[in-house]
Ligand binder design. Structure first.
Ligand code: OFO
Length: 170
């Protein structure tokens, strides 16, 4: 496998596992402030992130690349408000989208068509993840001074179903 692409895919596996850690940390924060619906939603998202990492892990193996797992830093643990926690997630998703776009550029310039095609799934996924985080952030901002509104969002988020299978990353 092309060594530059292999290295970049390993770095993306690392970024997706960091996403897993970050969402788990946000989930723990929401549990601590008794917003269980938010905590549930973030925990399901963490599962999706682990699915995103594993999809790349499997692809690297399939293409004869070598998976090299890297150390994961501790994520932020505390936020000043629910909207601050959701804003962290939104900014993180924006940064992940930038990473994915750079990965596509690299795979394309290295003529690695299989990787380019595989990454298209991540490009679409990021559109969805950014839009979801953006909507949630703005809704939470709108109701932050109104506990009733926050509890209504919490109830809605509690209904998020679990992903069908962690490795599918859907
Ligand atoms: Fe893996 O999509 Fe969010 O970070």
């Amino acid at each position: 496998m092309n060594p530059k692409v292999e290295k970049a895919l390993n770095e993306q596996i690392h970024a997706e596992f960091f996403s897993f850690y970050l969402y788990l940390s946000v989930s723990a924060y929401f549990t601590a402030i008794h917003l269980e619906g938010f905590a549930h939603w973030m925990r399901i998202q963490a599962q999706e992130e682990s699915g995103h990492a594993m999809k790349l892990f499997d692809f690297l193996n399939e293409r004869g690349g070598t998976v090299k797992l890297l150390p994961i830093d501790a994520p932020t643990r505390e936020w000043a408000s629910p909207s601050a926690a959701v804003e962290t997630v939104l900014n993180h998703e924006r940064a992940i989208s930038e990473r994915i776009n750079k990965l596509v550029d690299l795979a394309t310039s290295e003529n690695d068509h299989a990787t380019t095609v595989m990454l298209h799934w991540y490009v679409s996924e990021q559109v969805e993840e950014e839009a979801t985080a953006d909507t949630l952030f703005h809704q939470v901002k709108m109701v932050e001074s109104n506990p009733h509104g926050l509890l209504m969002i919490d109830r809605e988020l509690a209904a998020r179903p679990a992903p069908v299978a962690a490795t599918q990353g859907e």
